[in-house]
Design a binder for this molecule. Structure first.
Ligand code: OSB
Ligand code: MG
Length: 377
């Protein structure tokens, strides 16, 4: 693939419902949409999931603009890329900035798949047509409001519910949901709101048959999660802490994560995500796909990834209407009756971008032309 140009679009999209975690509450979502064109006229799309503020990770949409413009995009212009992995290898020297790398790698996968006429699912080795999914519910004012919200999503057909928790919004809230819905698959996510001491207050959660407790402790911690796991029967699942296959190996070896949440952006791309999937499978550790409130582009990539065999728990990939009134893809993802979403099987990501919607949500954009390619105009 001879890359002719790369454009990033910094978009800001209104969320249908405010989304509050232990670290932030947002009513809009920022992201970068990437458009990569090759010399044969093919176009690939990718999404950088870094947002407005460095709450979830140290990256933001603006740090990604900088790293893409100065380092990652120029690396694509140095020499042709035969496979997305060539790019990944070429920018291995860049420390961190995984969401920026993942977004560009995703666009290359889309381009690569379109050139070959093959779906991302097939290229990654996916085995399913439909992926079991659930919904992630932000923090609510009080237990009653939370139970109501849970009911709303159960009504829409979501069978697995994830609740955000933080100190003061935990045991009592989960108990209320459990009492209202004794049998639903339920899990919680603290986004690092506790330390080893304060996490002891979560001990009663062990009696609520939760599928898992996600990232209770520091965003970069492994060892304290190991210690916490020793006093909980409920599996500890790591999200923020797992930024690479190497981190996943260490977490599994030290019994700090009995389940792993895989996010393409957090781990630096689909190639690393598949590595983590394979490693976890070897150790019989189940994985599932987390979400970052993606647009249709990132959601398509998550669905392809979550079709791999060791994705054994429902993923945080909800229908388009759970997030956005209007999306930037022509395709809207809908929930099937069995609480699954169908994996797109067209070439590449299998989605088409609605350029009017993209333009509507774009705050600013920048195009980079490959100086080594001709640019007829
Ligand atoms: O921790 O899983 C998380 C959204 C933004 C940042 C962090 C997280 C989340 C979610 C959203 O839980 C899940 C989704 O995209 O549906
Ligand atoms: Mg999480």
């Amino acid at each position: 693939m001879r890359i002719q140009s790369v454009t990033y679009y910094h978009v800001r999209m209104p969320l249908r419902f405010p989304f509050a975690t232990s670290t932030a509450s947002r009513t809009e979502r920022d992201a970068l949409i990437l458009e990569v064109r090759d010399a044969d006229g093919y176009v690939g799309w990718g999404e950088v999931v870094a947002g407005y503020a460095p709450h979830y990770s140290c990256e933001t949409a603006w740090t990604a603009e900088h790293i893409l413009g100065e380092f990652l995009i120029p690396a694509l212009f140095d020499a042709p890329v035969d496979h997305p992995g060539d790019f990944t290898d070429r920018v291995q020297w860049v420390r961190g900035h995984r969401m920026a790398r993942a977004g560009l790698e995703m666009a290359l996968w889309d381009l690569y798949g379109k050139r070959l006429g093959r779906s991302l699912r097939d290229l990654l080795g996916g085995v399913r047509d439909r992926v079991p999914v659930g919904v992630s519910i932000g923090l609510q004012e009080n237990p009653r409001a939370l139970v109501e919200r849970v009911g709303y999503y159960l009504n829409q057909g979501y069978r697995r519910i994830k609740l955000k928790i933080k100190p003061g919004y935990d045991v009592e809230f989960v108990r209320a949901v459990r009492e209202a819905y004794p049998d639903i698959p339920l899990q919680v996510d603290a986004n690092s709101a506790y330390d080893l001491d304060t996490a002891q207050t979560l001990r009663p959660l062990d009696d609520y048959q939760l599928l898992l407790i996600e990232q209770p402790l520091a965003h970069d911690d492994l060892w304290d999660h190991h210690k916490l796991q020793q006093v909980f029967r409920t599996p500890i699942c790591l999200d923020e802490s797992i930024t690479s296959a190497d981190k996943a190996r260490k977490a599994i070896e030290m019994d700090a994560a009995r389940v792993i949440n895989i996010k393409v952006g957090r781990v630096g791309g689909l190639i690393e995500a598949v590595r983590i999937h394979d490693l976890a499978a070897q150790h019989d550790v189940p994985v599932w796909s987390g979400g970052m409130l993606e647009t249709g582009i990132g959601r398509a990539a998550n669905l392809a990834l979550a079709s791999l065999p060791n994705f054994r728990l429902p993923s945080d990939i909800s229908a388009t209407d759970r997030y956005y009134e209007m999306d930037i893809t022509e395709e809207r993802f809908a929930l099937n009756d069995d609480s699954t979403i169908t994996v797109p099987l067209g070439p590449g990501l299998g989605v088409r971008v609605n350029r009017d919607a993209l333009a509507y949500y774009t705050l600013h954009s920048m195009t980079f032309l490959n100086p080594n390619e001709g640019h007829p105009r």
